[in-house]
Design a protein around this ligand. Structure first.
Ligand code: GLN
Length: 515
């Protein structure tokens, strides 16, 4: 059955012949699972779809949407997310809801009311490794062939990081492209719905190919780009095609400029990933692409800015979970009395897991009057600079900006090293790793001996810049040398391609050619 569901095996041979032990384990990655059914006759090619459990579904037997939170374990959404309806209309058959970090907050899918997600490497027995987060369950469902396509959410890397750790493809679209109606918000200004699959072509076909999700504005999502703005963005992209159309990789890639962001070569980067990144660039050059070093000087502040902005928005979003309007309510005995404040506090204290509580406290602090200027406002400034760095690097203009941002001398007078004060590099895409390390052992990330919260945040260092700028990005698997020649250790990492805003079609075509 697994083989029948596989669209295409990724480069890693260790996924071949997934054993039944692995399969059994993986069933637990689903929070709820639909029984097998005969395929409904669709006009389009049917495919199986797994849905991250912070995206609303209503169809039996998958009526709950839990966000992996103790607060929502019995929550039934009154409506289905637009993206699920859109995919069902395109031939999707829902096979299950997948496990995640509570409300999408985490990098290893270990902060869940249902227990941690894990992947067994090599399949069939071996070690338990992190599947990445927060869409870890979706990534594992795809890697194991339990679903052709999976939906995840990517706020700061939650589709790309699990894709990198599990050896599949993960795509985060331009912000505002795919509808978020029915997706439980984490940080509204950053949240996107992303897709995972074994190959780029399945995702490309659905988003920018024949199925054309990228054209559909959703009036029920206030952040969905308007029809008029979509028209303007597509207009700005005219003549750039985007299809692969059976062309050979060298035909697609000839003359394409890939920028290598020098600031991504950080100390924490695993040397094997650095080598594989360099090898990928060299291989692209052989295919006729040009490799250009670029500088994105604000990158080093992006992670800190993200971990101010995302928790701030989360603390505001999660205020509605009070045990009255949403979520399970603490009993009177728990609350001591049913008096308002006490009931709220008891419900929230019991209903949210530790990581979510940490984010709420962090967000509430950085938004407080004494901390606001120093944290939240500064982070917004960094966010603007991150976007400006990208706009300077790309050959294409950002279609959301009417004119280029005004030149600001004070930015240059800040402590930016001289070599970073270069003019525009004019590249088509940026090429960098998705994460600084391979999938760590599960035992090294959980428990008292495991990673500290800050260690876990560092996994997002290469994914958050594109999120802050709202840019499309895709992670494809890249083979790396196994540690100490140990064939049982993880041997795939993620290679990330980032494109200019609304350049998703060309980005996916390039990624398909690169893969
Ligand atoms: N790991 C990041 C965080 O915890 C990203 C999460 C996400 O993209 N949903 O915020």
């Amino acid at each position: 059955r697994l083989q029948g569901l596989c669209l295409r095996h990724v480069s890693s041979t260790r996924r071949n012949g997934a054993a039944s032990h692995q399969q059994r384990r993986l069933l637990s990655q689903f929070i709820s699972k639909a029984p097998p059914q005969a395929d409904t006759p669709y006009t389009q090619t049917p495919f199986t779809l797994a849905v991250k459990d912070n995206i609303a579904t209503t169809t039996q037997p998958l009526p709950t949407t839990t966000c992996a939170s103790p607060f929502l374990t019995t929550y039934h959404s009154p409506f289905e997310a637009t993206i699920v309806t859109q995919l069902r209309a395109r031939g999707a058959r829902l096979v299950g809801k997948t496990n995640l970090d509570e409300f999408g907050m985490g990098s290893h899918s270990t902060h869940s009311a249902f227990g941690a997600v894990s992947q067994t490497l090599p399949p069939g027995g071996g070690g338990e490794y992190s599947a990445g987060g927060s869409s870890g369950g979706s990534a594992v469902a795809v890697a194991a062939g339990e679903a052709n396509v999976a939906l995840g959410t990517d706020t700061g890397g939650s589709v790309r990081l699990p894709a990198a750790y599990t050896g599949v493809v993960g795509f985060k679209p331009s912000y505002g492209m795919l509808s978020r109606h029915g997706v439980v918000p984490y940080a509204n200004s950053l949240d996107t719905v992303g897709l995972l699959a074994r190959g780029v072509e399945e995702i490309r076909g659905l988003v920018v190919g024949g199925a054309g999700l990228w054209r559909e504005h959703d009036p029920r999502d206030p952040t969905s780009l308007s029809e008029a703005a979509r028209g303007r963005c597509v207009g700005a992209r005219e003549g750039y095609g985007g299809g692969v159309d059976g062309r050979k990789p060298e035909e697609v890639l000839r003359g394409v400029n890939f920028g290598i962001p020098l600031e991504y070569n950080v100390e924490e980067l695993d040397p094997r990933i650095r080598d594989a990144w360099a090898a990928a660039a060299a291989a692209l050059q052989k295919l006729g692409a040009r490799i250009v070093p670029v500088s994105l000087p604000t990158t080093r502040h992006a992670l800190s800015a993200y971990y101010i902005i995302a928790p701030a928005e989360a603390s505001s979003n999660l205020a509605k979970y009070d045990g009255v309007r949403y979520g399970s309510r603490a009993s009177d005995t728990d609350a001591g009395s049913s008096d308002g404040g006490v009931l709220y506090a008891a419900s929230r204290g019991r209903g949210f897991g530790g990581e979510v509580q940490r984010r709420i406290l962090l967000g509430a602090y950085t938004l407080s009057s004494e901390a606001m200027d120093n944290y939240f406002i500064k982070a917004q400034k960094v966010r603007r600079l991150v976007r400006r760095d990208f706009d300077r690097a790309f050959a294409l203009a950002n279609p959301l900006l009417d004119e280029p941002e005004p030149f600001d001398l004070s930015d240059l007078l800040e402590d930016v090293p001289m070599e970073n004060k270069l003019g525009p590099a004019g590249v088509d895409f940026l090429l960098c790793p998705t994460a600084p390390t391979l999938a760590p052992k599960l035992e090294d990330v959980v428990g008292a001996e495991g990673q500290s919260p800050v260690d876990a945040y560092v996994n997002d260092v290469f994914t958050v810049p594109a999120s802050l700028a709202g840019l499309p990005a895709v992670s494809i698997p890249m083979r790396v040398a196994a540690e100490g020649g140990d064939e049982n250790a993880p041997n795939t990492a993620g290679l990330q391609l980032i494109g200019q805003y609304w350049d998703d079609a060309r980005l996916l075509a390039a990624a398909e050619a690169v893969m």
